[in-house]
Write a new protein. Structure first.
Length: 158
């Protein structure tokens, strides 16, 4: 699997840090057909789930499972990376809504969570993103994410 963006590259692009940076690397990227919009931009990213994750001692000690909300957050971070293009001004990317979330199988230590996202609508400052997390080819989580994008200069107006 080729690495398009390493964890160090991702940390240059996103403000998240341990323990909340939930994307380890980007392995595939496809831009949409129209360079004016981001519709059709797709990304595949990877999150290695290890026993050292800070949430496992409390969720759950006898049966560690990655919380669904963190799976959604990992997908949202991958969506942010799908939004990015070279030369873009800095921006803030916020989850506005999560729709139709489904959790199909537990994610446990040792799993590799493959994050597949596609921007299906680009309305300027609002995006609609199809998102799916898979482990060994099986769907672990899926949802539709609505995201709001603000240029950094306008963040105080949010």
């Amino acid at each position: 699997m080729e690495t398009l963006l390493s964890s160090r590259d991702i940390m240059k692009l996103m403000p998240h840090r341990f323990p909340f940076l939930l994307v380890d690397k980007v392995v595939e990227r496809e831009d949409g057909p129209d360079s004016k919009f981001r519709t059709g931009n797709k990304i595949t990213a990877l999150k290695n789930v290890t026993f050292n994750e800070p949430f496992f001692p409390g969720h759950f000690p006898e049966m560690p499972i990655m919380p669904g909300v963190l799976q959604i957050e990992a997908l949202a971070q991958a969506a942010c990376l799908a939004y990015l293009r070279k030369g873009d001004p800095e921006f803030d990317f916020f989850i506005a809504a999560v729709q139709e979330a489904k959790f199909r199988r537990p994610v446990v230590p040792g799993d590799q969570l493959m994050l597949h996202v596609e921007i299906v609508k680009d309305r300027g400052s609002m995006l609609q993103v199809n998102a799916e997390a898979r482990v060994d080819g099986q769907t672990a989580a899926e949802c539709m994410i609505l995201a709001k994008v603000f240029p950094k200069t306008k963040r105080d107006q949010a």
